[in-house]
Write a protein that binds this ligand. Sequence first.
Ligand code: HC1
Ligand code: SF4
Length: 575
Amino acid sequence: MVKLIIDDRVVEVPEHTTILDAAASVGIKIPTLCYLRDLNEVGACRVCVVEVEGIDQLVAACNNYVLDGMIVHTNSRKARIARKANVEFLLSQHDSECTSCARSGNCSLQSLANDLGITDLPYPKHLEGFRSDPAFPLIRNNDKCIKCLRCIQICEKVQATGVWDLTSRASHASVNVAGGKELSQTDCALCGQCITHCPTGALRARDDTERVFDALEDQEKICLVQIAPAVRTSWGESLGLTHEQATVERLASALRAMGFDYVFDTNFSADLTIMEEGSELLERIKKASEPGGEDIKFPMFTSCCPGWIRYVKSHYPELLDQVSTSKSPQQMFGAVAKTYYAHALGVDPSKIFSVSIMPCVAKKAEAALPTMVGETGDPDVDVVLTVREVDRMIRASHIDASALPEQELDQPLGVGTGAAVIFGATGGVMDAALRSAYFLATGENPDPDAFSGVRGLDGWKEKTFDLAGTPLRVAVAHGLGNARKLIEALRAGEVSYDFVEIMACPGGCVGGGGQPIHDGCELAGERGDVLWGLDAQAPIRFSHENPSVKLVYDDFFGNPLSERAEELLHTDHTA
Ligand code: HC1
Ligand code: SF4
C-alpha cells in the first residue's frame, strides 16, 4: 500500500493507483476531459493537472501514479489557474456556438468552462473549418474537436476499425479520417461509439427529425412507428424519468401525443426474425448432413446488427455467405408494414410513412440500402430516429412524458415476447433463437432459462447445448474488437462453432451509438438488466408463441422460409 496526503487528507491506496483514483477513493473529484478509463489515459487536455509538493511542473492526475509520502494539492491556486488557462486554450480552437450544438446541455467542455467561470476568451480563435458530409449518418465537425483522442482509441482498441487518426503533429495536430479519406469511403461500421464517447459535439448522428415532423403534419400520410427493444431501457434518461416511469407504454403515449397514428413494436419482428433465422439454422444443419452438404459452411452468423454487417462486408467479405439471410427485425417490420399491414388497412403502401426508433446509427444506413425497398422502390423504413432524436422531438413538442398515462401499443404488430425484448442485450438473440430452435427441433418447449449461459457481459462467450441429441456449439461476441478476435480464432482453426451472434456495440444495442450520452459512464450493463428483467416477467417467453407472429404466418407468409417470406424477409447482404 502507498500512503500519501491529498488536500490535507491522509490517503492509503494500493501501488500503481493513479492520483485521480486515489483522490476519488476519498471523495475528492478532480475534473477530467480527455480521460476515459482503460482507454484514454494520456493526459492530453491537461485539465486534471494537480500540484505535487517538490515538483515544479504540474502533473496530470489521470496518468501519474501515487508515491509514498507524496503531498498533492488538487485545487491549489497554481493548479486552478493552469486548469482554467488550459480550457481557455482549448476554447480558442473551438466553435463555441453552443446554442446550435447537438451536445448543448450534455457537453463536458461546456460544463467545465462554466464551472471554471470562463466568461471571456482571452485568446483569438483559430478554427479549421472542416465538416464532413452532412448527408452521411455520422457527421464530424472538427471545429468542435478538442483533440482528446477518445474517438481514435475507441474505434481502434474496442471496435478494431481505425477510422480516425491524428493527421498532423504539434500545434497543427488534428484528428480526422485516417488516410485523408471521405468518411463515407472508409470501413466505418457506423456503430456510433465515437459519438457516445466524444466529450463534445465534434461527432454526431445526422438529425432526421424534421422529416418526421413533416410527415406527421401531412394529412395524406399514415404515420406508424416501431420501437426497438433497447429503446425501452433508455428513452427516459435524458428526460429525467426513472426506469419505472420510462416504460414502452408511456413512450407509446408520447408518440401518439406527437401525432403518430399507430405505435408498434420491433419486438414483434424480432420474434419473426427468430422464426426465420431459427428455421434457417436448422435447415442448414439438415442440409449439411445430406449428400452434397459438405459445401455448407459453419458457423452461421446472426444478421440483425447492421454495424456488424458493414464490418463483415469490409473486413471479411469471404464470410458473407455464412451470415444469416434474415433481414434485421427493423427491416422485417418495414416490409410487413408496407405489405401485410397496408393491405389490412386497405391503403396503398405509398400512403404509409414508416418510422423506427433505434438505439443505433447504423440502422439509418441499413434502412437506406437499395435492397430494403418495396415493389415501387419506396424504402420499407422511411426514417430511422435515434433515441437522442426521439427525446429531442418529445421536448420540441412540449410533451411532459412523466404526466402521460401508459397506453397499450397497437395491434397486431405491437405484440412481442420476452424472447424478443432481450435482442437488445448481448446474448439475447442467441438465447431467443435457441429457445425456438429447441422447440422447432423437438416439438417441445425448453425451460426458457435453459440457455442462460450465453448471457452476461464477457466479450466472447461460448457454450455447447444439446439440441434433440445433436450438440450445438454456439458463441456470442459484442464489440467489433471481440468479433475480430473470434473470427481470427475461427480462421486459425482454434475454435469451431455452429452458430455465432455478433453485435457491434459493447453490451449490444443497449450500448448502441444512438443511445443517450452520459460522458464517462457505461450504462450497457444496467440497461441490459432491465431487458433481462422484462423477459423474466413476460407472459410469453418464446418467439414461436407470439400470437401476432402466428397470425401473420397464417394470413400472409404461410411458413418460415416460404417463397413470400424469402422474398420479403430475407436478403443476400450484397448491397
Ligand atoms: Fe437492436 Fe434489433 S436488437 S439490432 O440492437 O435485432 O438498433 O434494440 O432494434 O433490427 O429487435 C438496434 C435494439 C433492434 C433490429 C431488434
Ligand atoms: Fe446498432 Fe445495435 Fe449493432 Fe450497435 S449493436 S450497431 S446499436 S444494431
